[in-house]
Design a protein around this ligand. Structure first.
Ligand code: GYE
Length: 350
């Protein structure tokens, strides 16, 4: 288990990066009617109070169980957590579970032993969390779910969930496709690259997309397979889709950018043109994916913002002050199409 305390010096470079890229202080996370958070698509706009303005008489220790480092989204998310903890003066104990729920359990047990003040978890899959969350509750440590949700019967086992609305992201992807295919009467074959099996973003993005797409007759699902949110597996699974369905594939819906980037390589190796022969819709909005969209190889990206560190630190501070948090904290996110790509690519922060 990679479980280490953050060293302030290690993050001087990160702080510099944030200053240079103009990343702003955390938005208020919604403890009152006026404290909404806003994401303009290229950074966070702030509302008061900011984390710096809150009293910090007690050193807060936060245990964070990150699920892995499988994608560019995840790497940006981890950097955001470290930088925001540093900025907020919170002592961060960070553990990377490398996509293993068992390793997440180990990390959480070690946080309990260390008697941290708050535990934040980005859960790799949705299921199997109830027993360990009960242990954390018994130890008297509040839990913040971060990025992904879990399936539990007792929602008092966590204080809040900070993260995107994946179901809505799937619907946005589907809606783009319906608009794009508005005038098409010929059948169009769709393949789907799912993320990690049993993970909230994969389950919910899939659900949202399918619900919208099934409304339109000529759209036919040819295949839907998991590729674990990684570029390598995205390429492998897309190659096998192409072997099986060849030119009958007109559309790819990829649950994240890394898999879409792998799929583009597979499509090109097969001798087809990404973005032309096969329409590509992806989720996240990483800089690399925007570059491909500016080249016309991706047609639409549904944004999912990983820069959630400031929101987490704000929530931790408010929790430690005894304030009541909303049960769900959702960033506002945009949809970008190829027409906007060239203008937007320079603004991407992750
Ligand atoms: O879309 C993907 C990552 O949970 C929202 O996980 C996150 C997803 C993100 O690996 O790139």
């Amino acid at each position: 288990m990679n479980n280490k305390r953050s060293n302030p010096l290690t993050f001087i470079a990160l702080v510099f990066m944030i200053v240079l890229t103009g990343c702003q202080s955390p938005a208020s996370i919604g403890t009152g009617p006026h404290s909404t958070s806003v994401n303009s698509g290229d950074g966070w706009e702030t509302a008061s109070p900011t984390a710096e303005s809150l009293p910090s008489d007690k050193q807060i220790v936060l245990g964070f169980s990150q699920l892995g480092s499988e994608s560019d989204w995840r790497k940006a998310n981890t950097l955001s957590i470290h930088a925001a903890a540093e900025e907020a003066g919170i002592d961060l104990v960070f553990a990377n579970a490398e996509q293993s729920q068992a390793k997440q359990f180990d990390a959480i047990h070690s946080f309990i032993d260390q008697k941290v003040d708050v535990i934040a978890i980005a859960p790799v899959i949705q299921y199997g969390w109830e027993p360990i969350l009960k242990e954390v509750k018994q130890a008297g440590i509040p839990v913040i779910l971060f990025d992904r949700s879990v399936e539990v019967s007792d929602t008092s086992l966590f204080v809040t969930l900070i993260g995107s609305d994946f179901y809505e992201e799937g619907r946005k992807a589907g809606k783009y496709l319906l608009d794009k295919m508005r005038d098409r009467t010929e059948p169009a074959g769709i393949v789907e690259l799912q993320g990690t099996v049993g993970s909230a973003p994969s389950v919910e993005r899939g659900k949202g997309f399918h619900e919208v797409v099934k409304e339109r007759e000529p759209l036919i699902m040819l295949g839907s397979e998991p590729a674990n949110f990684t570029k390598e597996e995205g390429k492998k699974v897309m190659s096998s889709f192409l072997k099986e369905h060849g030119k009958d594939i007109h559309v790819l819906f990829s649950h994240n950018d890394d898999m879409a980037l792998g799929a583009i390589e597979a499509i090109e190796e097969y001798g087809l043109e990404a973005g032309k022969d096969i329409i590509i819709i992806s989720v996240d909005g990483t800089k690399q994916a925007f570059e491909k969209m500016a080249e016309g190889k991706i047609n639409c990206i549904v944004e999912c913002n990983p820069l959630l560190g400031p929101h987490l630190m704000q929530a931790v501070k408010e929790l430690m002050e005894g304030r009541t948090l909303p049960k769900r904290i959702v960033p506002t996110e945009s949809v970008f199409t190829e027409e906007m790509a060239k203008k937007e690519v320079g603004n991407r922060k992750y």
